[in-house]
Design a protein around this ligand. Structure first.
Ligand SMILES: Cc1cc2nc3c(=O)[nH]c(=O)nc-3n(C[C@H](O)[C@H](O)[C@H](O)COP(=O)(O)OP(=O)(O)OC[C@H]3O[C@@H](n4cnc5c(N)ncnc54)[C@H](O)[C@@H]3O)c2cc1C
Length: 453
């Protein structure tokens, strides 16, 4: 590892885009002794991570939680000096709900609860229990829905996987590739022949790091993380829209706001795929042709605040998700003020509701007034909310999250081709190696290995 770090010392590196992957990578490379300059088109760091505090309503416009699954990201947070700002989600957040027949049903937390849950019928439960006896699949490009239906049955697909995928990807199980979007599931089947057997065997595998998975944020919200990382970086240009990355006479050059910056040995582009085209980088045109495969569906995030007594439901959990088969107009909602302290003024609650995604793109792009009506109606029916919200905010993501579809290998090939055509340029971000924050941060932390491979 020391040799690899030495390879990068004194290299001149540009990072285009201050998303969490680019920021983490920039931090690691600067720490390794490289001369790093970061260019971000907006006036703040974080990309999709955006926290806004409006009179005590602490709103997350993008991600709400960061799942710590290993000590690596926790150590990084400590190294940044953010350890004392971490807020762990309330223990009650382990309770999650799914809508079944128009009411919230708790997702079973253990085997006993799973046997008793009204979420699945007796047939559905027996079908799940039979999973170890199902033969291994052979289709490398199988969709998640086909995979789950084959192994666990259609009830599990409808009431467990479909809502879960809406919550993570704002996506549709029939469109996503199980191998690329859920590699752990795919590999369990490949290695152990069964998800249930594989999960049990892995639990007793001594080589696995024993780490208590935790769901966290920070006292002032998730954007504290990108802001803190950016605070360590020596050279950042905000409001710097990178319009061209190319080989020049003096190393790789980059044009931002019409100004040419050159002599770079390496350029990392942490730019979403829908912004990459031939004018930006050679090979970008080929990638552009594939963008519809990796559609980034429109998504609306509606933040609503109520007085506690306006809501009948105890809001004793993480939130709820809505399966497609329930035919409702929202994907789900988070109970923010139950999750973390100081998210709403005293005596009030804050909810975040997600609308649209691949399931209902036409609803995701409706205007604020229509969405307010629609969300209020759903809150009234599902949570027993009465009266008008005390606080309302609407964030529209015209391009929310890349979908790792069954044809996504073509997108990954187009990305590889850009890198081959432009030696020294690397594309990093949530379009490669996972969309979640831990995946993006993990990929940023791995940047030395990626660059010296
Ligand atoms: C609504 C929503 C909710 C989510 N919830 C969660 C969650 O709860 N937990 C979780 O783990 N994940 C969640 N995610 C996913 C996660 O937030 C993202 O996958 C991740 O933040 C993406 O990071 P990234 O490094 O790819 O960069 P991005 O966030 O995509 O940032 C890219 C940056 O590049 C900049 N840029 C673009 N073009 C240029 C250019 N030409 N020149 C210079 N700069 C440019 C942009 O301004 C931006 O700052 C959510 C995502 C969304 C949208």
């Amino acid at each position: 590892m020391i040799d690899r770090v030495n390879e990068l010392t004194d290299k001149k590196i540009a990072v285009a885009g201050a998303g969490i992957t680019g920021l983490t990578a920039a931090y690691i490379l600067q720490e390794a002794g490289a001369d790093v300059t970061l260019f971000e088109r907006k006036d703040h760091p974080g990309g999709s991570i955006r926290t806004v505090n409006q009179g005590g309503w602490l709103s997350e416009y993008g991600p709400n939680t960061l799942q710590l699954k290993s000590s690596r990201i926790e150590d990084f947070i400590q190294r940044l000096g953010l350890g004392d700002q971490v807020t762990e989600a309330d223990a009650a957040s382990s309770k999650r709900f799914v809508v079944r027949d128009g009411r919230l049903v708790e997702i079973p937390a253990g085997l006993r609860e799973a046997v008793q849950t009204p979420l699945f019928s007796t047939y559905g439960k027996l079908r799940i229990a039979g999973e170890p006896f199902i033969r291994k699949g052979k289709n490398r490009n199988e969709s998640l829905s086909s995979f789950v239906k084959r192994r666990l049955g259609s009830e599990f697909l409808d009431y467990a996987v479909d809502p879960f995928v809406a919550g993570i990807y704002a996506g549709e199980p029939a469109e996503l590739s199980v191998r690329i979007a859920f590699p752990k599931l795919y590999n369990l089947e490949q290695k152990y022949g069964s998800l249930i057997t594989g999960a049990i065997r892995k639990k007793f595998d001594n080589n696995e790091e024993k780490y208590r998975t935790r769901l966290i944020s920070f006292e002032k919200g998730l954007q504290q993380l990108p802001k803190k990382i950016a605070g360590f970086l020596k050279n950042i240009h905000y409001n710097a829209d990178v319009s061209r990355i190319q080989k020049g006479n003096n190393g790789i050059e980059l044009i931002a706001n019409g100004v040419r910056y050159d002599h770079f040995d390496i350029v990392l582009a942490n730019i979403p795929l829908y912004r990459i085209h031939e004018q930006l980088i050679n090979g970008g045109g080929e990638l552009q042709k594939k963008i519809n495969i990796a559609s980034y569906p429109p998504l609306s995030v509606i933040l609503t605040g109520y007085k506690r007594e306006q809501v009948e439901h105890p809001l004793d959990g993480f939130g709820f998700l809505v399966p497609s088969v329930e035919n409702r107009k929202i994907l789900g909602a988070l109970f923010n003020s139950s999750l973390f302290p100081n998210r709403a003024p005293s005596g009030h609650v804050l909810l975040t509701t997600f609308v649209g995604g691949s399931r209902q793109p036409e609803i995701g792009s409706k205007d604020t007034e229509e969405l307010k009506e629609l969300v209020s109606q759903e809150h009234q029916e599902l949570l027993g909310v009465s009266g008008e919200p005390q606080f309302l905010d609407h964030v529209y993501w015209p391009n929310s999250i890349p979908q790792y579809t069954t044809e996504y290998d073509q997108v990954l090939d187009a990305i590889d081709n850009i890198e081959k055509q432009n030696p020294g340029v690397h594309l990093i971000g949530n379009f490669r190696g996972g969309i979640s924050l831990p995946d993006c941060i993990g990929n940023g932390l791995n940047i030395i290995e990626i660059l010296t491979d």
